[in-house]
Design a protein around this ligand. Structure first.
Ligand SMILES: NC(=O)c1ccc[n+]([C@@H]2O[C@H](COP(=O)([O-])OP(=O)(O)OC[C@H]3O[C@@H](n4cnc5c(N)ncnc54)[C@H](OP(=O)(O)O)[C@@H]3O)[C@@H](O)[C@H]2O)c1
Length: 330
């Protein structure tokens, strides 16, 4: 697979990574043996197909996701570049409890992740978000200690502002920022990406298919149990408008011989050789299609057509519910 460098001094990695979040339930669900077996097989098949970055969070299924990775990486830990987020707190019933990314929490969460993942070291470690109540310097200082102790290889951040990135980078070099980047979510282009590029920090792009919106697989309102119903861009009129654009996007992709998911991922990779793009998938049947996106070269005409299709305001509705954003801020 095409190789990208994660920032100026970061590691070289295959340009597409595997997002594992969708493999774990939001609430505890004992007895999911069939799904778990497919998830483990998917992680292994992705590594077989050339993926190295596997992306998780200790809060994805409250440790469940890390246990899947432990199983999948048994005997082949060195083939994966493990990216782990921490700090989002969840009650046993699945209710979000806000963030704890202070220095003690960072070290504590890391101990548990190392144990669950059955590994000596995490390749890229990052707080899920930074609330205003926690100085980013304190969190970064704790991860710098973990790096000095050999428990973590690289410092990462997730969904920070350009200013937070500067403050963090002044304490310890940041290898990568994880941020939503897709044709339907380009907010990072305004503030964060210019600062990341100035500082030589790599970019891990997530939700490259806009949480599945750009796959073309969503045709109408989602089933009631689907967590994306909380997200404004998947609700009511906004969803109807967005699906109208997705229909044009799907037709455009087909006219070039690509699937919409391939085009969505290829567009993100075309935004820079400092980007590793995560594709979220939870079954083996997706792998061949999605990884082929790394071979697509978009022409300047393709890129211009996509810019027109997804002009500012074309996709309606925020990417997170307001109460979620508020919880992460405080
Ligand atoms: N830092 C952060 O705050 C943050 C936030 C969100 C996510 N992430 C990371 O980014 C990863 C990806 O994000 P995401 O899951 O939100 O979004 P995504 O990659 O844009 O979309 C994933 C969705 O698309 C579906 N899909 C994938 N390939 C498909 C195909 N070829 N045809 C039809 N449907 C397809 C998946 O279905 P299946 O699951 O059924 O395969 C899943 O529902 C996550 O796993 C996580 O690691 C990070």
């Amino acid at each position: 697979m095409k190789i990208h460098r994660l920032g100026k001094n970061g590691p070289e990695l295959p340009a597409l990574g595997l997002g594992c979040m969708g493999m774990s339930p939001m609430r505890p669900q004992p007895g999911r043996r069939d799904e778990d077996a497919e998830s483990v097989a998917t992680i292994r098949a992705a590594l077989d197909a050339g993926v190295r970055m596997v992306n998780t969070g200790d809060f994805y299924g409250m440790g469940h996701n890390e246990l899947l990775l432990r199983e999948a990486l048994r005997g082949r830990r060195d083939q994966a570049f493990l990216s782990v987020k921490f700090g989002m707190m969840i009650a046993p019933n699945g209710r979000p409890l806000g963030l704890d990314v202070g220095p003690r929490a960072a070290k504590n969460f890391c101990s548990y992740s190392l144990q669950r993942l059955d590994t000596d070291v995490i390749d890229l470690y990052q707080p899920g978000r930074i609330p205003t109540s926690t100085p980013i310097e304190d969190t970064v200082g704790a991860i710098a200690d973990l790096i000095a102790e050999g428990k973590v290889r690289h410092l990462g951040l997730s969904e920070v502002t350009g200013e937070q990135l500067r403050r963090a980078h002044a304490v310890h070099p940041v290898t990568a920022v994880e941020v939503e980047l897709s044709l339907a979510g380009r907010a990072a282009e305004g503030d964060l990406l210019p600062v990341a590029r100035e500082l030589g920090v790599g970019v891990v792009a997530y939700s490259v298919a806009a949480q599945g919106l750009l796959t073309g697989a969503i045709q109408g309102p989602l089933p009631a149990h689907d967590a994306r119903n909380w997200t404004p861009r998947f609700q009511g009129e906004a969803l109807a408008k967005n699906l109208h654009i997705v229909a044009q996007f799907t037709a455009f992709a087909a006219s070039r011989g690509w699937t919409p998911t391939q085009l969505a991922a290829a567009w993100v990779l075309a935004q820079g050789e400092d980007i590793v793009a995560l594709v979220g998938m939870s079954s083996r049947e997706r792998i061949q299609e999605n990884l082929a996106a790394a071979d697509i070269e978009l022409s300047s005409d393709d890129l211009a057509a996509l810019d027109r299709m997804f002009s500012p305001g074309a996709i309606v509705g925020d990417r997170y519910a307001p109460q979620v954003l508020e919880m992460w801020r405080s």
